[in-house]
Write a protein that binds this ligand. Sequence first.
Ligand code: PLZ
Length: 456
Amino acid sequence: MTTFADPDSAGTAAPETDVAQERRLVTEIPGPRSVELMDRKTGAVAAGVGTTMPVFATRAAGGIVVDVDGNHLVDLGSGIAVTTVGNSARRVVEAVQRQVAEFTHTCFMVTPYEAYVAVAEALNRVTPGDHDKRTALFNSGAEAVENAVKIARVHTGRQAVVVFDHAYHGRTNLTMAMTAKSMPYKSGFGPFASEVYRAPLSYPFRDGGLDGAEAAARAIDVIDKQVGAGNLAAVVIEPIQGEGGFIEPAPGFLPALAQWCRENGVVFVADEVQTGFARTGDLFACEREGVVPDLIVTAKGIAGGLPLSAVTGRAEIMDATHTGGLGGTYGGNPLACAAALAAIETIEQDGLVGRAREIETLMRERLGRIAERDGRIGQIRGRGAMIAVELVEEGTDAPNPDLAKAVAAAAHQQGVIVLTCGTYGNVLRFLPPLSISDDLLNDGLDVLDAAFESAR
Ligand code: PLZ
């Protein structure tokens, strides 16, 4: 079946795909083939690797994921904020197909190739700030965060790293230490890396009315007293926290922190792994308040689904490391680089920053209507196509993780992929691909609307 959206209809993306852009359930969720595959997974895959929705994918495009039973699911997750340009986006597919036939790998550290350099040039161009920049490429978000810390330590000759309450930076040893939440990310996996210190965040919904400047002063006081600027290599922060609950700090918090870092020779690192590449209605979330990080860490949306991550930043910081000090066998793999160039071109040429803002308007309006009649929605927050609702016990601010679970489960049953997050597990988050149509978004929100009612 071919359903090309009308390219002239305003506010609606036009996925070029033969995957029908409509929710369609032909079996229960999960269907029999998925159940069978789930059995095989249990017998073959380590139990530690969890599953949000027990359906197995076969295809995906636009705003739809198709499962092995033929169900068409509305995608409000983008594989955790990765397929921002859409799944199997046309330019990405073409670029990767071309590259895979030319060569698949040489190792950039052995015999370099142009695509890596071109991705570095593109990132130096599109990231905040017009200073001289350099980039290094890696595979995963966690690996890039680790490398940002390595670079900051060499540059400053200092060791300490400050992170924040509710932070998520990855699952490797150093990034587990940097991540706040014990279960499921850290529990039992220690000992963790040393010289990682945690400061209080600005969390407007739970801060008792602290404004951004006050919350920054509180954090800086903790850093000063417990670490000391003279020992501190880097402050690492997600401009909008992802896994921690889509927490957007109060205005002024990030600029004040960045300013303090500048005054104290501390490297200010923005972890834009989840917020980057148009996701928040800016190319990078830091831009909203004009914050220019010294180093910016990117991954996820950078390459349309191929594994790639990067550290980009001030040339004098990035170049502080001795030759041979940074790298890895696969970092900046040619297929991933080809995909990244195509993804960045897609974001720029298809106006996806604007599309993320349209998605925000639509989602806030629809979620706002649900919140008007449902006092269990404590707050709607986020920006662009990174929107969440924090759920509480009606009339209080006590976290309500059971409701988040119930609404997500009901949405899954109806063929809508939604994710939860948050330190208290009480946040429903929405990360649609920017290739989703308004019709599909509205349909997904109809399902959520009904899911809130059925969870009374
Ligand atoms: N920094 C801000 O959001 C990854 C994790 C999913 P990797 N977030 C999704 C899970 O349960 O593992 C993330 C992030 C931020 C770093 C990372 C880590 O990126 O590519 O998963 O290593």
